[in-house]
Structure formats: structure tokens, C-alpha cells
Design a protein around this ligand. Structure first.
Ligand SMILES: *[C@@H]1O[C@H](CO)[C@@H](O)[C@H](O)[C@H]1NC(C)=O
Ligand SMILES: *[C@@H]1O[C@H](CO)[C@@H](O)[C@H](O)[C@H]1NC(C)=O
Ligand SMILES: *[C@@H]1O[C@H](CO)[C@@H](O)[C@H](O)[C@H]1NC(C)=O
Ligand SMILES: *[C@@H]1O[C@H](CO)[C@@H](O)[C@H](O)[C@H]1NC(C)=O
Length: 506
């Protein structure tokens, strides 16, 4: 290799030049940043900003974050600017972010240059080798990973710092006609995120022709869970992909985000990965009670690498709820044979209102066996399923049933008074906060149709909490078809019930 012949002195000199250039570039960036922020600052059509034009530019820059708190004062003149305090604060945060990114980069460069001087001055046994390593691998890596990448992201972040423009149709005359006709506020959160893809996602999309859509709306809003704000870094990581290429293998990050409250997640414009060995699923008469093929699941994020490993006998299977629910032989007995008073059979429950139960929801942790058994009674059940430690969603789908990938964070995607049945087991237990449970139960009540059945299947809690939970279920004044409290252990009890929603015809 040609570069291998370079002498260390030679290379050192080249290094210094390179470093000096880079530092110069950084300097320019820092200046650019300040100018950009100040420019945006001056061009903000907010009366509050203009009013303070006598103070120095420097002071103004520092008070950017204070402005957020004081933006309320600006509102009394005219709140039309729509630059809510949140946006200003987010903006200033982002400027700080980029500034600190650049600062980090600069110090890293400086220390590297210093180390370089030290190490090249030291007498080495094989200066040629060192030179080779430095020039080729280290230098290239260093430039790419430590300089170019951070510079690039700082650059992108810098370019993205802009104050949201008011809605397009009233752009030009935003200052004149505003007194009578307040402008719509800018999209919330757009300025909070730095990843372009999130910003695109949360920007409202007006209809192309400016007319109302089939939904009777002017614009469509993509939504994300409000707790995404707390999880900005993770969400930006999740949304960092090339449009149209394969997504990272990161469904688990998505699920973590959802469980932490970032629910709904943004949509992504990348291609989700499938398992390498996917085979067509079995026909429905066979698939309901056959363990699916291992090849049809991506196992990389689980402790187990196959369905056999998920057996209840394996203590390291990776999930704790519903032990044995991947053993379909055992599952076949559920809701058919009843081992204790707290277990009801499906046949008994359906006989409470013969022929009336056709559709329902199973809010449980499981592999869809309830839905499978109900299907044999010609009842269609949608099963909620999160992939907590095992591929529950895929398993339910491969069995030919419908997995609904939702967390407790969200209102259920069903309309009022629609479901004939809600079944719940192994899910709502004594851990749940009572207020959360209240919201959940009222949501269930909402979607149950008049005369619909709520089947509480072995809800368990500690004995001392039983009264609280009983109140929770009884507050709706449902008709009690079945109501059983059984001891699980000395301190824990099971509550099973079959309740019917009253007509409430108002
Ligand atoms: C240079 O790199 C080679 C392998 O790439 C390594 O064996 C050698 O020890 C390195 N030399 C120095 C001085 O780092
Ligand atoms: C849609 O936009 C038009 C024109 O800007 C406006 O008159 C109308 O009220 C808007 N409709 C809705 C539902 O926002
Ligand atoms: C499933 O149905 C097909 C045709 O509908 C039939 O040939 C096959 O024997 C059935 N399999 C089982 C396991 O019942
Ligand atoms: C389900 O529907 C099929 C076809 O309509 C019918 O043959 C079968 O008897 C029904 N099963 C039950 C349990 O009602």
C-alpha cells in the first residue's frame, strides 16, 4: 500500500493540518448556529420579541427559554402568533442540544489532536507500523465516526431549527387580518423532535384540493401518545431509518415505547422484517389447535428460540404470566372441563343467553385458546396480545385468530354498544391501580352492548383488597349471572363473575 510508506513525521503534519481544518469548520458551525438562532429570533413575528429589541442580542439569546414562561404576557396583545410557550421552550432546548453537540465534538477533536502529538513524539519500536495504522484505519475511522457523522447530524439538527409557520393558506397576510380571525395554532410537538421523519409525521396534512374529505375534515392529523415527549431519545432512535428500506430489527423498542406510554407509536415508512423461513400457515381446521411452525416467528428478541422452549416446564422461558399457554394439549381442556368453582365452561356461559353471543373481545395474556374454542361455537373473538417475553401475537395469528396489539394505555378501538362479550383473565390482577382500572372498566362498559356479557375469569388479588375490586365490578349495576369468590391461597382469592350489562335505554 502506498500510504504504508509514509513516515510518522509526515503523517503527524498532515494530521495537524486536517485537525486545524476541522476545527475551523466547527468554528464556522458555531457561528452559524448563533446567527441562525438570532436570525429566527429577530424574524419571529411575536410582539413580545419585538418589544424587547433594545436589549443586547446576547441577552436575548439567553432569555429564549425564559420567554416560554413569560409567553402568557404576549397573549393579551394577540395570541394569534400561535407560538405557544411550549414551542419556544422546545426550540431553545434544541438550540442548546446542537450547541452542546458541537461543543462535545470540538473537545473530542482537541483532545485527539493532543494525544496524537504525544503518541507520535514517543519513540516507538515500529514507527512504520504505527504510521500505517494511524494513516489508514484510525484516521479514516476517526474522521468518519467521530467527525463527519456528528457534524452531519449537527448540521441536520441546525437546519431543522425553524419556527413553525402558521397554516399555509393564511401565510402571507398573517399579520394583517389576525384580529378578527385567529390563526390556527401550529402543530403541537413539531418543533420538539429533531428527527425529520417524526416531524413530518406529526405535521397535519391538509387535503390536496382544499375541500373537505370524506370525513368532513380539512386536514388529517397523525397522532402519537403524549408520553412520547418523555421518551424523545428512544423515539428518535425508533424513527431513525431510511425511507423505503428495511426497518431495524427493533419491534421490541417499539413495544417498550408503547408500554412506557408512547402509544400510539408513529407510523414508519420502512419495511418490517419477516422471519427468514416463513411458511404458509395451516388451513383453519388444522391451525386452531396446532402449535405453529417455529420458522414463522422471529425469535431473536426472546429468550426462547422455539415453541417447545416456551413450555411451562422451562423456568427460563422468558415470561411469567399464563404458564403453559403454549402447550395446546393443556389449553384444549380450558373452559371445557372445569376444575374449580371459579372456572366456568364456555358452553355454560353461552347458554345464559343462547344464540345471542356472536362477537367479543378477550382481554387476556394468552395464545388465543379462548378465541379458538369460541370459534368452534361460531363466536368471533378478538384477543388482545402484547409480545411480553414470547410471540403471543404471532401465535394467535398463526392459529387463524385475530390478535389485537394494544396496551392498557389506549381506549379500545371499538364503538359504543357493539360487543356481545368481554372476557378477561390472567391480566387485570391485584397489581392494577384502582383509578386506571376504573377508566378501563368504563371503557369496557362503553363497548359492551346492552345485554352484553362481562366474563371476569379468575381475577385474583389479595384478600384484603377484595372489597375494593368487588366495588369496581359492582358499580355498574350489572345483572349477576354468576359470582364466585374462591381461595387461591391463604391470603389470595379468585373472583370469577358473569355479569350482564343493563339496557340503559335513555
Ligand atoms: C497496527 O495494526 C495491526 C493490525 O491491523 C496490529 O497488529 C498492530 O499491533 C498495530 N500497531 C500499532 C502500533 O498499533
Ligand atoms: C375548512 O377550510 C375552509 C376554508 O379555509 C373553512 O371555511 C372551513 O370552515 C374549514 N372546515 C373545517 C371543518 O375546518
Ligand atoms: C380440514 O378441511 C379439509 C377440507 O376442508 C379436509 O380435507 C381436512 O381433512 C380437514 N382437516 C382436519 C384436520 O380436519
Ligand atoms: C357453527 O356453524 C356451522 C355452520 O354454520 C354449523 O354447522 C355448526 O353446527 C355451528 N356450531 C355450533 C356450535 O353452533
Amino acid at each position: 500500500m502506498v500510504e504504508g510508506r509514509w513516515l510518522p513525521r509526515h503523517c503527524n503534519c498532515r494530521f495537524s493540518t486536517a485537525m486545524a481544518t476541522i476545527q475551523l469548520v466547527i468554528g464556522v458551525f458555531v457561528i452559524l448556529i448563533s446567527i441562525a438562532s438570532l436570525h429566527h429570533f429577530y424574524s419571529t413575528p411575536n410582539s413580545l420579541l419585538l418589544r424587547s429589541s433594545d436589549s443586547t442580542a446576547c441577552r436575548r439569546f439567553h432569555t429564549l427559554s425564559d420567554l416560554g414562561a413569560g409567553a402568557g404576557d404576549g397573549d393579551d396583545d394577540n395570541g394569534r402568533g400561535g407560538y405557544t410557550d411550549f414551542d419556544l421552550r422546545a426550540l431553545s432546548d434544541r438550540v442548546d442540544d446542537v450547541a452542546s453537540q458541537l461543543h462535545d465534538l470540538q473537545s473530542k477533536l482537541e483532545s485527539t489532536v493532543q494525544n496524537l502529538h504525544k503518541s507520535t513524539k514517543k519513540p516507538t519500536k515500529s514507527p512504520k507500523l504505527l504510521a500505517e495504522n494511524m494513516t489508514l484505519a484510525a484516521f479514516k475511522m476517526f474522521l468518519e465516526e467521530e467527525v463527519i457523522q456528528p457534524l452531519y447530524s449537527a448540521h441536520v439538527a441546525l437546519r431543522l431549527i425553524r419556527i413553525p409557520r402558521p397554516q399555509s393558506n393564511s401565510n402571507s397576510n398573517s399579520n394583517s387580518n389576525s384580529d378578527s380571525d385567529p390563526l390556527p395554532p401550529p402543530d403541537p410537538l413539531v418543533n420538539f423532535f429533531t428527527t425529520e421523519e417524526i416531524r413530518k409525521y406529526v405535521s397535519s396534512k391538509g387535503n390536496r384540493d382544499g375541500k373537505l374529505s370524506v370525513f368532513g375534515t380539512n386536514a388529517t392529523y397523525n397522532t402519537i401518545g403524549h408520553a412520547c415527549v418523555r421518551l424523545r431519545k428512544q423515539l428518535e432512535q425508533y424513527m431513525n431509518y431510511d425511507i423505503g428500506s428495511y426497518c431495524n430489527d427493533d419491534w421490541d423498542l417499539g413495544q417498550k415505547l408503547m408500554l412506557a406510554g408512547c402509544d400510539p407509536l408513529p407510523r414508519r415508512r420502512c419495511l418490517a422484517r419477516a422471519s427468514k423461513l416463513y411458511k404458509a400457515p395451516l388451513p383453519i381446521n388444522a391451525s386452531l389447535w396446532t402449535t405453529p411452525d417455529d420458522g414463522n416467528v422471529r425469535w431473536s428478541k426472546y429468550k426462547c428460540r422455539g415453541f417447545r422452549c416456551l413450555s411451562s416446564r422451562n423456568p427460563k422461558r422468558g415470561f411469567s404470566k399464563c404458564a403453559g399457554c403454549f402447550e395446546l394439549e393443556k389449553e384444549k381442556l380450558k373452559w371445557v372441563e372445569t376444575a374449580s368453582l371459579a372456572e366456568f365452561s364456555i358452553a355454560d356461559v353461552l347458554n345464559v343467553k343462547p344464540g345471542e353471543t356472536r362477537i367479543g373481545l378477550d382481554v387476556s395474556v394468552g395464545t388465543g385458546s379462548f378465541a379458538a374454542r369460541m370459534r368452534e361455537f361460531n363466536v368471533t373473538i378478538v384477543s388482545t396480545a402484547l409480545n411480553i417475553g414470547a410471540p403471543f401475537s404471532e401465535t394467535i395469528a398463526l392459529r387463524g385468530l385475530i390478535p389485537l396489539y394494544v396496551t392498557l394505555s389506549q381506549r379500545l378501538p371499538f364503538f359504543d354498544n357493539t360487543m356481545d362479550l368481554i372476557h378477561t383473565g390472567v391480566f387485570l390482577d391485584g397489581w392494577i391501580d384502582l383509578q386506571l382500572m376504573d377508566f378501563v372498566l368504563f371503557d369496557w362498559d362503553r363497548i359492551l352492548r346492552p345485554g352484553g356479557l362481562l366474563w371476569i375469569d379468575k381475577f385474583f388479588c389479595s384478600r384484603k383488597d377484595l372489597d375494593d375490586f368487588m366495588y369496581m365490578f359492582l358499580q355498574f349495576r350489572y345483572k349477576k349471572h354468576k359470582w364466585v369468590v374462591a381461595f387461591k391461597s391463604k391470603d389470595e382469592v379468585y373472583l370469577s363473575a358473569l355479569l350482564e350489562k343493563p339496557p340503559r335505554s335513555l
